[in-house]
Write a protein that binds this ligand. Structure first.
Ligand code: ACO
Length: 408
């Protein structure tokens, strides 16, 4: 019924009917005041603010504050939040030993999900109303700050390099770049172009209403699980190539197309084959039936960032040409398949020097404020916090007599 949401619970309870909606194509699981998304018009707003304004004019932590609090911070609130990001950046020394015991080349995503779950054991999780300022509790501030350190350490572990500790004088994004790129005897010069590009990407990933990972955070949290393990589950949900893992899949696909002599037709035909399983990564979206507004901003940012850094990346050419071929093809047009947030983001990460296996970790860093905001909203709303428990339509054998072992 389009935009109209109908509460049919009592009807279903009375009649015993079940709505079967695999993939939750048209099932609303909650009411929310965090993010407005119009997939027909390509509009995305956090708490009413257009994503383009926020990406152009805010720092990532301002947007995190907005998502958690409902309002942008004033200067004093922002300073307090920034101080908290500095205060909580270090990890308990015992946690640091964990990094030594992952196998060599462990995936940064599995490290991230494990270590975020482990925070629950190292830092007591407080109740929602424990000493909050503007919706920020010690629990949420700790997580927002420590996830950045964990993400950076997972990179160092993967690279086999010594860990680099956070600095108190750097902004959220600059500190992250310092922790991943600084090396003993090879100090890293923080480049404002890269800081600003990272800031923009994190803002554009900060929330996207009831996507797979956010719904996972809500569903896991609905059983009464605390914040840190709920977020750990969200990180795992994000990992898949149909969701946040698509940014890494895009890069591998573009590299393959390039290595294949830019044979675009071959990849388009593979993607269109109804018998095949290949999809063009970074195209299509469940909700957008038009160009993803985040992709439009990131595409422009690709040109700006690569231009400022004087980088000529052949993969940007491949991506632009692939998009042009897709937009001229009836198959993709009829199905409303446009670039999504993951299509161009990897080219910027690559320009910054972040390797492909960290791309989905970067997505998780950006998405964290949204996950927390949804977990908090769910816990404060009695109706939404009812335990999530979908029904099913059973299609197996309903009843049969038991067969003893010797007769089977
Ligand atoms: N390449 C080729 N065909 C596609 C693609 C694609 N990327 N995406 C969808 N289609 C086709 C499907 O084959 C289907 O065709 P059919 O009607 O002939 O069977 C039709 O478009 C509809 O696709 P669905 O799978 O039903 O759409 P759904 O909403 O379930 O899936 C999804 C959305 C998962 C994003 C899908 O478009 C996809 O797999 N894209 C590639 C992976 C990707 O980029 N994921 C990131 C999404 S953004 C995010 O999560 C952060």
């Amino acid at each position: 019924t389009g935009e109209r949401a109908i509460d049919i619970r009592s009807l279903l309870r009375e009649t015993g009917l079940i709505t079967l909606d695999s993939g939750f194509m048209n099932t609303g699981s909650c009411q929310s005041q965090i993010t407005y998304l119009d997939g027909e018009q390509g509009i995305l707003r956090y708490r009413g603010y257009d994503i383009a304004d926020l990406a152009a004019r805010c720092q990532f932590i301002e947007v995190a504050y907005l998502l958690l609090n409902g309002e942008l911070p004033n200067a004093e609130e922002l300073l307090q939040f920034r101080n908290d990001m500095t205060r909580y950046a270090l990890l308990h020394e015992d946690m640091i030993h964990f990094f030594d015991h992952f196998p060599p080349n462990a995936s940064p995503m599995s490290i991230l999900s494990t270590m975020v779950g482990t925070l629950h054991d190292f830092y007591p999780e407080m109740d929602l109303d424990e000493d909050p300022y503007g919706g920020i509790t010690t629990t949420t501030a700790r997580l927002l700050s420590k996830i950045r350190t964990i993400a950076a350490f997972s990179y160092k572990k993967n690279m086999g390099q010594p860990l680099v500790y956070p600095r108190a004088d750097l902004s959220y994004c600059a500190n992250f770049l310092h922790m991943i790129f600084d090396r003993p005897n090879i100090p890293y010069e923080i480049d404002p172009v890269m800081v600003s590009a990272l800031n923009k990407l994190l803002i554009l990933h900060a929330d996207h209403e009831q996507n797979c990972s956010t719904s996972t955070v809500r569903l896991v949290g609905s059983s009464g699980v605390r914040l840190y393990p709920s977020i750990s589950a969200g990180i795992s949900a994000l990992w898949g190539p149909l969701h946040g893992g698509a940014n890494a899949a895009v890069m591998r696909m573009l590299e393959k197309i390039e290595a294949d002599g830019r044979n675009y037709d071959k990849y388009l035909e593979m993607a269109k084959d109804p018998e095949g399983s290949f999809r063009l990564s970074g195209f299509g979206h469940r909700v957008y039936k038009t160009y993803d507004p985040r992709a439009a901003i990131i595409k422009q940012a690709c040109h700006d960032v690569l231009g400022s850094l004087k980088i000529a990346d052949p993969l940007l050419e491949v991506a632009l040409e692939l998009e042009a071929r897709v937009s001229g093809d009836d198959y993709f047009r009829e199905r409303n398949l446009y670039p999504n947030v993951d299509f161009y983001s990897g080219i910027i990460y690559r320009a910054i020097g972040i390797p492909t296996n960290m791309f989905t970790v970067m997505f998780a860093l950006g998405r964290l404020p949204g996950w927390i905001a949804h977990w908090q909203e769910m816990n404060l709303d009695k109706d939404s916090s009812r335990i999530g428990r979908p029904r099913q339509v059973y299609t197996g054998i309903v009843s049969r007599p038991f067969t003893e072992l010797e007769e089977r």
